[in-house]
Design a protein around this ligand. Structure first.
Ligand code: ADP
Length: 919
């Protein structure tokens, strides 16, 4: 498979809107996913940050609280010793003051020592409260009533911790560590206490998260806030109204850590809180407002969205442009293919006529000089035809519409054919042609034999073309399941640097040197495509001025000998007769019917005709036809519709062969016909060879009698008396005989017949048009002038046909003035043509015997009787007999039309026409 076809296959076939939706969707997903990932990363970062802050704050708080307890431990031991020793209050005061001064010296702590004190119950001077800083303590201070003292007693020798929200000395929360001292017998000697300001710890906690945009919170075991950035909250229970942390109260007391708890901060910001309980029962927490953290995510989301929208728009724009360009190029390609197919069809038709006539001419008695001219025409026509075929092949390959048609075929026969062809061609050029094969070549292969033949013919042809002396050799071998064809020559060879361009379309090497050699540079490009489609390849090895070797390698797919289509079925060279076959031709144009009928007559086939799809449906049900030729474009019911109805008539009509007749044989038409119930199609003007092939394919084999093609024309109705009519027509400027002849595949007798028919009907049809113009019946005029246009084109009267076309267009747009103005001149030209044609169809040939009225009325009633018995053939014969007589212009036309109606089994129309005959 070539890369081109591979690309064609994988080419996205999705419509544009799906591609656009996909693009937008992809970008949307990308933006959403990136945001989700980023949010997750920020969340993790936030969480980790919180944990780190809580860890370090916790460590600091614990260390801040351990030192005062150690100090108190020492103080309690020393004061106990002093009391037991009998020291008085002054001694103890001095001691506490000294220690306190020492403690004040070292002020690096968060927990600031504020005082050291004791209540000693067994001093010589009686119980005394001694304070390290204040010598004379106020009388109203009763230590035994204070909570620190009571807590110390309750702690029974252990250190008690007392939180005081608002101290009587310092208007801020303080923490007092206190402990009782006892003598050896366990008698209480008093209690000592150390007071520290916890504002420092609180500030430290609050500030610990400020660097991260948040703040810290410290809550006592009984849920009293003693560190919070809003100092108004300090000392309050978090359950109190107006404290933003109240929502956390229950969660905190449950003892579990709080992680990422969404809440509104005291500043009213959207925040997340992290809390944990410290070993001493306090709750330490941090609050982070979300915005600063998620700001980067929001920014990123914004940037990504903008980028996404921009990229999606750019991509969509590119897609739209690419789609538009692809549509344009597809359309151009379709136009190109249609144009090439049309053009090659149009050229091939006359080319085939030229070749066919050249062949016929070659059978005539000609001088040697004339024969050599014929040879030249034949060679040139064939080379022109091969160029046209190449262009057609290339256009099909390029538009990806070319497919191989594999069949079982006789490989030996194919090779024999190539050998005999090139032995002859090489010998003619004075070259030796050698053939060699190694191994047992398979008898039958499965593949596209026509395309393989084309490849081998092209490469062997090149070998002969580009070799002046020496030999051309074809060697065939089998290697690892592949067929290998080596075509070597001793010719001019190819330069190494040219080899890479060899397979490019329209590339020819050494144009100067090869000027005399005809070629287009298409052959090898087409060969390469074909061979690649077969799953093979072509290799080249060449030595400049010594010769070249082209190696074609294709997989050898063995075929089934029994399934080989017999040579008899290819039919091209072998014409046929089918005297027992009956064919129906359906066309709304009488001239086309005549041409088709005349052509089928050459095959001795019985032909019935129908003017419309409806008539055809009717006839098909009343008669048995072996084959139907159905025109495509017909008024009222076109061919496609008619076939649709016929196929539904019953099982016997499902397989009835119906071939489309079409003037528009463009690419794609075949598929359209096949998918609409037709069995095939044949293009107009009909070519004999093509018709021969269709007949052989579709007529029942038992009705086919073999016949040499050359003798087909022998049964012509065209006699010698009309032999000179072509040269006589040459005098008539209005008619281009070449075009006229090409319309009937070059058959002069047919041309003669349709011209005679045209001449016979011209006057009546011209008058009918005049009548329509005079009565301003523009609708009828349009129909008549449309028919006249196509008839004029069929006989080759092109200028008149164009004039008719203009009148038709004007009539269709109701331009009565134009028609009335221009018709007289057109009528004049038709009359002139009629007169000129009288010279070709002499009066005596068209002159009729004077008619007798009795005879006429007798025959008419017989024809009507026959029609009543549904004996259309007799009715037709009787009416045709009448045509040999002259019953006056008007009657003559009515009789002619009635005969045609009988011929088409249109009995109602025939009866109506005959009733109008004036007796
Ligand atoms: P064409 O023969 O119609 O020009 P091809 O595509 O068949 O086109 O060949 C392309 C070109 O390759 C030829 O024009 C010729 O220059 C060169 N070439 C092909 N075959 C041979 C050969 N056997 N020896 C030398 N040159 C060759």
């Amino acid at each position: 498979m070539s890369i081109y076809t591979l690309i064609q296959k994988i080419k996205p076939k999705r419509p544009l809107y799906v591609q656009l939706l996909f693009t937008i969707f992809a970008f949307l997903i990308m933006v959403l996913l990136s945001n989700a990932f980023m949010s997750n990363i920020v969340r993790m970062y936030l969480k980790q940050n919180a944990i780190n802050i809580l860890d370090s704050a916790q460590a600091q708080i614990i260390s801040d609280l351990i030192e005062p307890q150690t100090v108190l431990d020492d103080v309690s031991r020393i004061t106990r010793t002093m009391v037991l020793r009998g020291d008085n209050a002054d001694n103890l005061q001095d001691y506490l003051t000294t220690v306190l001064e020492y403690l004040f010296l070292d002020n690096h702590r968060n927990a600031v020592y504020s005082t050291l004190f004791g209540y000693f119950e067994t001093l010589p001077g009686g119980p005394a409260f001694i304070e390290g800083r204040i010598r004379d303590m106020a009388d109203w201070y009763t230590p035994t009533e204070r909570s620190w003292y009571q807590n110390a007693i309750a702690a029974n020798g252990e250190i008690a911790t007392t939180m005081i929200d608002s101290d009587i000395i310092y208007d801020s929360p303080v923490l007092i560590f206190s402990r009782c001292i006892f003598d050896d017998s366990g008698r209480r000697l008093g209690a000592v206490g150390l007071r520290i300001e916890i504002d420092g710890i609180g500030n430290f906690v609050v500030n610990t998260a400020t660097a991260q945009g948040g703040y810290g919170v410290l809550i006592s075991e009984d849920l009293v806030l003693f560190a919070h950035p809003n100092r108004e909250f300090i000392g309050k229970n978090i359950r109190e109204d107006g404290i933003p942390l109240s929502v956390l109260a229950d969660k905190l007391t449950s003892g579990k850590d709080i992680t990422e708890y969404p809440m509104i901060s005291y500043k009213g910001e959207d925040a997340v809180a992290f809390f944990r309980q410290l070993p001493n029962g306090w709750y330490l927490g941090v609050d982070f407002p979300r915005l600063p953290y998620y700001k980067s995510v929001i920014n990123l989301a914004l940037i990504l969205s903008i980028l996404g929208i921009a990229l999606a728009s750019v991509l969509s724009f590119v897609l739209i442009r690419v789609d538009a360009a692809r549509n344009k190029s597809d359309m151009e390609n379709r136009y190109k293919s249609a144009f090439l197919a049309n053009m090659s069809h149009e050229i091939r038709t006359p080319m085939n006529a030229i070749i066919g006539m050249t062949e016929l001419l070659a059978n005539e008695q000609l001088s040697e000089r004339q024969m050599s001219f014929i040879d030249d025409i034949w060679v040139s026509a064939h080379s022109l035809l091969s160029i046209i075929n190449n262009i057609l092949d290339l256009s099909k390959i390029e538009s990806g519409k070319f497919t191989l048609v594999p069949v079982n075929y006789d490989f030996h026969a194919l090779i024999d054919n190539i050998i005999s062809m090139f032995s002859y061609v090489a010998q003619k050029k004075g070259l030796e042609f050698r053939f060699e094969s190694t191994g047992n070549l398979p008898e039958c292969l499965y593949g596209d034999d026509l395309r393989l033949r084309q490849v081998l013919t092209n490469i062997c042809g090149n070998a002969v073309k580009y070799t002046e002396k020496g030999q051309v050799k074809l060697k065939i071998s089998i290697s690892s399941g592949n067929l290998v064809f080596d075509i070597s020559d001793t010719g001019m060879g190819i330069r190494k640097e040219d080899i890479c361009r060899l397979f490019d379309a329209f590339e020819r090497m050494e144009i100067e040197k090869n000027r005399s050699i005809t070629g287009t540079g298409l052959g090898l490009s087409i060969c390469k495509s074909f061979v690649e489609m077969m799953g093979g390849c072509i290799l080249v090895d060449s030595e400049y001025e010594r010769g070249s070797v082209f190696t074609v390698i294709i997989p050898a797919v063995l075929g089934d000998k029994a399934k080989i289509k017999s040579a008899k079925n290819t039919g091209k060279e072998r014409p046929l007769y089918a005297p027992c076959a009956t064919i129906l031709v359906v066309d709304d144009n009488e001239f086309n019917l005549r041409v088709a009928k005349g052509l089928l007559n050459l095959f001795k086939i019985n032909t019935k005709t129908a003017f419309s799809g409806k008539k055809a449906i009717d006839l098909i049900q009343k008669n048995e036809f072996d084959l139907v030729f159905m025109d495509h474009m017909m008024p009222e019911m076109d061919g496609v519709e008619a076939v649709g109805i016929i196929r539904k008539l019953g099982t016997q009509y499902e397989n009835m062969p119906i071939i489309a007749l079409t003037a528009n044989a463009i690419q794609g038409a075949k598929d359209m016909f096949l998918s609409n119930g037709f069995n095939g199609f044949i293009s107009k003007p009909i070519e004999i060879q093509e018709l021969n092939e269709v007949l052989r394919e579709w007529l029942p084999p038992e009705k086919i009698v073999e016949k040499e093609l050359a003798s087909l024309n022998v049964d012509s109705q065209y006699d010698e008396t009309s032999g000179d009519f072509i040269s006589a027509l040459g005098e008539i400027d209005e008619i281009n005989t070449e075009i006229g002849l090409s319309r009937v595949s070059g058959m002069k007798d047919m041309y003669y017949e349709i011209l005679a028919l045209f001449h016979k009907k011209l006057a009546a049809e011209r008058d009918a048009m005049s009548e329509a113009i005079n009565t301003k019946d523009i609708k009828s005029f349009a129909i008549q002038v449309h028919a006249m246009k196509s008839v004029l084109s069929t006989i080759g009267a092109m200028n008149l046909s164009v004039a008719a076309f203009k009148l038709e267009s004007a009539a269709k747009t109701n331009n009565v003035n134009y028609c009335q103005e221009r018709f007289p001149a057109f009528r004049e030209k038709l009359t002139n043509l009629y007169k000129k044609l009288l010279a070709v169809f002499p009066a005596d040939k068209t002159k009729k015997k004077p008619g007798d009225t009795n005879y006429l009325s007798d025959k008419i009633s017989k024809a009507l009787e026959a029609a009543d018995d549904f004996n259309g053939d007799s009715a037709f014969r009787i009416t045709t007999d009448l045509l040999a007589h002259d019953f006056g212009d008007q009657n003559n036309v009515l009789l002619e039309n009635a005969a045609t109606a009988f011929e088409n089994f249109d009995y109602n129309a025939a009866r109506e026409l005959l009733s109008k005959v004036s007796l």
